[in-house]
Each structure stands twice: as C-alpha cells, then as structure tokens.
Write a protein that binds this ligand. Structure first.
Ligand code: PEP
Ligand code: MG
Length: 322
C-alpha cells in the first residue's frame, strides 16, 4: 500500500485521460513546509495565518508577519502559496483582540467582517503579504466572504497598501491575486458574480457543510447531518466549481472534503483544479485522480445528483470507488 503510493512521488497529478490537477497542502505554520514538501505537495493551497496571532501576546508586527510569509514563499520556490488573511472568531479565538462575546459567534463578527471593521490593523497584514509576494507566488485569500462588497473593500485596501509600498520604494508583485474562500451558502449562491471580482476560489467545505446543513459538526445529536454527501451540499459544490470554471478562474478546495477519495471523482467532473489537503493525504489523492477519466466521473456525477439521500449518494460512491 505505502510502496504503491510511493510510485506517485515526483509524478504530475493527472487524471487517467491526462487532465492536469494540482495537489496542494494546507499548513498552519511556516514550520509545516518541510513536511508538506516531503509529502510531495505541489503548492500551498491554504496557509492559515491565525497561528501568528494565536502564538503571540499582542498583534504581530508587519515585520514578524512578513518574515513568516516570506519564509513560506521562498521555500516553495515559485510554486503558488495561498495565504488566508486572519480568520478570527467562530471557533478561532484570540484573547488580546477583546472581541465581544456573542450569542451566536458562527454568525457573528468574525473573519473578513472583523478585518474590514479594523482597516488599519488589516493593512498591516496586507502590507506584509504584498512584501512577501516579492519572494514567491503569494496569493491573498479572504475568508468567510458573503457578498461582493467585501471583496471590493479588501481589494481597495490592497490598492492602498500597494500605493504606500511604492511610495516607500518597497518591492511587491503588482499583479498579486486576491481570491476568496467560498464557504458560506451566500457565496455559493452568488458564485457567478463573485467570480467576476475574485481571482480564484477555494472551497471551504468545513464551514460550507455546516452552514448549508445548519449543523455543527461538534454537536453529536445532529452530526449525521454534517456530511458532504447530502444532495444540498453536492448541488452547492457543483454550482461553485462550474461558476468559477465558466468565468475562467482557478477553483480549488481546501476543506477536508478535498481529501475524500469518494468525493474526488465528482470534483473532477465539475472541473476542480486544485485539491488542497493535509500532507499525509497527498500521494493517495494523486493515485485516486490517476484512476479516473473525466467521462467516467461525469457518468458517476449524473447518478450521484439523481440520488435523494446522503446514504444513497455515499453507497453509490462507495460502490464506484477504485
Ligand atoms: C473550511 O472552512 O473548509 C476551511 C478550510 O477553513 P477552516 O477549516 O480554517 O475554517
Ligand atoms: Mg472556514
């Protein structure tokens, strides 16, 4: 089993009929990079920047952030590095930010909402990301987007930061990409419009499943509802991926579902380009992708979308698994 996977090391990620995919790694710290590369990651599909804020007693400075981002960018030697801006709130608490306690933090003042309400603080991170873009293919990713306005507002701040850095004579990538996490039902429904203002999508299934099914994964009483195989979730994924593909932007997935071998043929069918996951899943995913042609995936997808229940979908995908 392990030896069979080793045969995929150093190989490109392609379907059985030759469609090129990217298998990337999710990391939470620059120290995770060697392990990602050891497992043959082709890119970083999600660098959660929260660690910088969590492992600190106060807001990390621009210089501290720049050093962390540059370290990852340099280590990837020109391969893409998607860095997500601060995704605070919900399940991610940072004591010194003194955020007000909310009755419903998952629907509260968090992530891009918090960042846009504190633009001077947000610009420190955006400046650090821009400066790191001089050292590799750094892309900025916005978490928890629900509307076009948020994307436009972040892009406006990015432009302000670019102007400041130019004034200061600092280097950065003028054409840095600004993409979004698609992880709310609102973003999914609006995917065609968001694709006009975002440079790429990365689907956050961890949140998207929860918000779509109104089910908290941590709540045992209803955790059966927290499954990617529910028809509502599949329809959502189909819409997001197809909308992004139609608009010509890169569509990736960095939620746990990207590493689900049962789901992967459906993602291939819809046109997902980048699969981002934890390091130990990478070679297995490359193998799974190599076992399917697009036509076979399309046929399976048609059957999956015709199912009425998550149990039927799962049974179908299990019976088709290779
Ligand atoms: C997600 O929601 O799927 C995701 C990748 O982000 P996080 O798990 O950090 O919320
Ligand atoms: Mg999320």
């Amino acid at each position: 089993e392990k030896a069979a996977l080793e045969a995929f090391r150093g190989k490109p990620s392609v379907t059985a009929d030759g469609i090129k995919k990217i298998i990337a790694c999710n990391i939470g710290n620059p120290d995770d990079v060697p392990n990602a590369l050891d497992h043959d990651a082709e890119a970083i599909g999600l660098f959660r920047s929260e660690f910088l804020f969590m492992d600190s007693a106060e807001l990390p400075s621009e210089e501290e952030q720049f050093n962390a981002y540059r370290k990852v960018a340099s280590a990837l030697k020109g391969a893409p590095v998607i860095i997500r801006t601060l995704d605070v709130g919900g399940d991610k608490e940072i004591p010194y930010l003194h955020m007000v306690k909310e009755d419903n933090p998952f629907m509260g003042f968090r992530a891009v909402r918090y960042c846009l309400a504190n633009p001077d603080q947000y610009k420190v991170q955006l400046r650090a990301l821009l400066r790191a873009s001089a050292f590799g293919d750094v892309k900025i990713m916005i978490p928890l987007v629900t509307c076009v306005e948020e994307v436009l507002a972040v892009k406006e701040l990015v432009e302000q930061c670019k102007a400041e850095l130019t004034e200061e004579g600092r280097k950065f990538n003028e054409n840095i990409e600004v993409g979004i996490m698609v992880e709310t039902p609102a973003a999914s429904l609006l995917a065609d419009r968001l694709a006009e203002v975002a440079d790429f999508f990365s689907i956050g299934t961890n949140d998207l499943i929860g918000y779509t099914m109104c089910a908290d994964r941590g709540n045992d009483t209803i955790s059966n509802l927290y499954q990617v195989y529910y028809p509502a979730v599949l329809r959502s994924l189909k819409n997001i991926i197809e909308s992004g593909v139609k608009a010509g932007i890169m569509v990736g997935m960095c939620g746990e579902a990207a590493a689900d071998p049962l789901l992967e043929p459906l993602l291939i069918s819809w046109g997902l380009e980048e699969f981002s996951m934890s390091a130990p899943s990478i070679l297995r995913a490359r193998k799974t992708i190599s076992q399917w042609t697009k036509a076979e995936c399309d046929e399976l997808t048609e059957k999956a979308l015709a199912c009425n229940t998550a149990a039927e979908v799962k049974a179908l995908l299990e019976s088709a698994a290779r």
